[in-house]
Structures are given as C-alpha cells and as structure tokens.
Design a protein around this ligand. Structure first.
Ligand SMILES: [Zn+2]
Length: 225
C-alpha cells in the first residue's frame, strides 16, 4: 500500500505516516497510545511513540520506522531497559551496542520497530541491579548475584510488549533477539514469528564472562562465546 503516484516522495511518506498513525491510536484494547512524534537520531529519522497499559499502567516507548502492515513480516526488537549499557555505555553487558545495532538494521531496512521495555535489570530495578553489580565485584556472576539478593534471575514478562506490537497493527515478525523466552512469549500472545534474527555483538571489554553466563545458565543463543 501507499504508492499513490505522488512524485514527491517526502510528501508521500508524510501522508502515509499520518494515515498510519491515525490507525495506530486505538480507542480500546489493552494499551493506549499516549503520544507520537518524530525523532531524528544519529542513526536516522524515526517516529517515537508512548504507550501505556490500561490495566497495569506499565509504560512502553516505541521507536518506529516506515509503514506497518499485518501481512508483511516486520523487523522488531523488544529491548529491555539497561541504564548502565544504553546510557553510560557500560561494557559489563552488550545491551547498548545491541540497541544501536537494532536501530541501524531498522534504518537500513526502512521499516521496523523497537519496543523499549522499562524493566531495568531483567525486572529487578536499577537499585537492585547496582546491588547485584556490587556482588559481581566480589566475584559472583549475574545469576548468582540475583539469587544471593533473593531476586528473580529474570523477572521480565513480555505480554505488554506483544500487546503494543498488536496495537501497532503488526502480526508477523522477524525478531531481533538471542533470547528464546522472548520468541515464545510473542508466539504465546498470538503473534507469528517468521524468524529469529540473531543480534550478537562481538565480546568487548569485560562482557565475555557475562555472555557466557547468559548462554550457559539462561539459554541465550550465542555462537561467539
Ligand atoms: Zn545491559
């Protein structure tokens, strides 16, 4: 859709975006779109949307590009917030580089979405994550540290993210992830995962041990560690 014969591609894209965004503001359903705006970035130009879950009030931020269609398999990533990696460029984990790479791949493809899920530290929150980091400084790995603090190793749930993707009008996905739990959660929510697209960053800094633990104790699909 969207080829209206208008020779001015810029205007055409804008008109398409406007139509898409009006479709994308559902009056009912589990999540509501609170706002949508353009977001120029170092990687390219995106749209940024804010969603709120009507029941839990959990908030999601979506970075989106291009026009979505239920028929076409769309490149998506569910990115779990990592303040230390995404903002401070920590090399204890690979999150920040994964986010940047996902943005670059969506920019290259021209269509795609990143759901930024605010479940810091696999759901334990930033303060507990820093407590876990302190234990890691004493030699525990990421799983051992959480267990020692009496916290879940992975407390995330992805149902809300699936509902956001559905509210965006998406049905078929190619999911940028190394985490099989994300794939199964999206499928369980009724979305069709046509492919898992690996998002493996070469080990950098101190994160080789972290990636090994993710692979060996958490079932992540990583070939390079
Ligand atoms: Zn991280």
């Amino acid at each position: 859709m969207g080829n209206d014969g208008n020779g001015d591609r810029g205007v055409c894209v804008k008109l398409e975006d406007r139509r898409a965004s009006s479709r994308r503001l559902p009056d009912e359903g589990p999540v509501e779109c609170v706002a949508e705006a353009r977001l120029p970035t170092e990687v390219g130009e995106f749209r940024i949307l804010g969603f709120r879950h009507r029941a839990s009030h959990e908030e999601f931020v979506v970075l989106a590009k291009g026009e979505f269609s239920a028929d076409r398999s769309c490149l998506v990533r569910i990115h779990s917030q990592c303040l230390t990696g995404d903002v401070f460029h920590s090399v204890k984990c690979d999150c920040g580089r994964q986010l940047r790479r996902a943005m670059e791949m969506i920019e290259d493809e021209g269509v795609g979405a990143i759901v930024y899920q605010q479940q810091e530290g696999r759901g334990i929150g930033i303060m507990n994550k820093l407590r876990a980091y302190a234990l890691q400084d004493q030699g525990r790995d990421t799983v051992e540290a959480n267990l020692e603090l009496g916290l879940a190793v992975d407390g995330r749930s992805y149902e809300g993210c699936a509902e956001v993707l559905q509210a965006l009008g998406l049905r078929r996905l190619r999911v940028l992830s190394n985490n099989p739990a994300k794939i199964s959660a999206l499928e369980a929510a009724g979305l069709i995962v046509d492919a898992r697209v690996p998002l493996e960053m070469p080990p950098a800094g101190e994160n080789l041990d972290y990636l090994r633990v993710k692979k060996e104790k958490m079932g992540h699909l990583l070939s390079g560690v």
